[in-house]
Design a protein around this ligand. Sequence first.
Ligand SMILES: [Ca+2]
Ligand SMILES: [Ca+2]
Length: 211
Amino acid sequence: MRRLTAVTLLLLAASSTVAFAQTGNCLFFSEYIEGSSNNKALEIYNATNTPVSLGSLQILLYSNGAAAPSATLTLNAGTLIDGGTYVVANPLAAAAVLGVANQTSSAVISYNGDDAIELRYNGVTVDVIGQIGVDPGSSWGVEPNTTVNHTMVRNGSVCCGDAVGNNAFDPTGEWTVYAQDTYSYLGSHTTQCQVVPSEVHNWGSMKGLYR
Ligand SMILES: [Ca+2]
Ligand SMILES: [Ca+2]
């Protein structure tokens, strides 16, 4: 009877871990900078709980309502650790931006507020800023929470991206928007995504009861 209960608990612990993996097993944009001049950058965050191959990631730009990609960038070969960030900047961005950039691209990092941006991993859409195929005029959102002349940082509660690229977009709710040319958050990101589920902690103390 006790053994059966222990097995049941083990299954419960295992299923909890699976549920956690489904909600936190993601790569997404953790920061978007659309500043003055060429001060533009994107930061990608790894919340998959495992290292990922950077060469499997692509950023696609859809300019001015384009339905097909206007430019595509494959990230340089390498590894992005779990909880790590990768910054792609415009090559003419300010020194404060380039100082934390891992890669530059003048073709893709050329958006100016009314362009949709997609992140793909192994060819699958994992996050989209904006609405693909739609020109919003000058930006998405409502001032002061817009995609033009702002820095947007993904909220720490967000553990997966917005994989639906063709629906309405508003930064409010998932992003905290800062003043133009805010660079101080670039190069690192804080989330609650890598927290070990409480069931796993509890199992360690529980199993002593069923030896
Ligand atoms: Ca544009
Ligand atoms: Ca969307």
